[in-house]
Ligand binder design. Structure first.
Ligand code: URA
Length: 203
């Protein structure tokens, strides 16, 4: 199974790379693809890579990745048991007009739209039972609903639209905990709910 999935994912990545080259012919975009266990029961979907992720070409290896490790620990699993990816596969950044330094920004509608169909395909190929969205961008993209809001939907299972019935479990983005410590408790409660879901159901 893993080999067939690996082949399909490699092809998808090549197509994605070609699509991005076509859209940005004059710009070198570093793409950071998903990684992890191709037979994972849980697939995590973040927003987009940041600086560290782009340098290492791996998702969630920077600051937000540290919180993710705590996530994994709370679930009583290892990172090797998960598949982790992002909605947008390159780093959206802005340039400071005076200093010229780059900083992260949320991906815009066009950037999300560019990667939408390959994200849907990535979910189908990995075929997890539960898709965990991290933050608003991934939640809105996966529900294909711009009005969906993490504040209202976090911590309870929903049905992921698509050909095959899957559970969508929205969580706050790990980075939002860095900026808003009040969310730590909520995030931990949500993780326990996800843990119970994984333990008590067939998923
Ligand atoms: N934030 C994300 O959403 N994804 C990453 O890969 C890193 C930080």
């Amino acid at each position: 199974m893993e080999k067939a999935k690996q082949r399909m994912l490699s092809k998808l990545r090549e197509e994605c790379q070609a699509m991005v080259r076509g859209v940005y012919p004059d710009r070198e975009k570093v793409l950071v693809f998903g990684e992890g266990n191709l037979d994972a029961r849980i697939m995590l979907i973040g927003e987009a890579p940041g600086e560290q992720e782009t340098l290492q070409k791996r998702p969630f290896v920077g600051k937000a990745g540290k919180n993710l490790d705590a996530f994994v620990e709370a679930l009583g699993i290892t990172r090797e048991e998960l598949y982790i990816t992002n909605v947008v596969k390159f780093r959206p950044f802005k340039i400071h007009p005076r200093t010229g330094t780059l900083s992260n920004r949320p991906p815009d509608k066009e950037e999300i739209g560019l990667f939408y169909s390959s994200l849907v395909r990535e979910v189908e190929i990995v075929d997890p039972a539960v898709v965990v969205t991290l933050g608003n961008t991934a939640l809105k993209a996966l529900l294909d609903d711009r009005k969906a809001a993490i504040g209202a939907l976090h911590g309870r299972p929903l049905t992921l639209p698509g050909e095959k019935a899957r559970t969508l479990f929205p969580l706050y983005h790990p980075a939002s905990i860095i900026y808003n410590p009040k969310l730590v408790e909520v995030y931990q409660e949500d993780l326990q709910k996800l843990k119970a879901l994984m333990e008590n159901s067939e998923v």
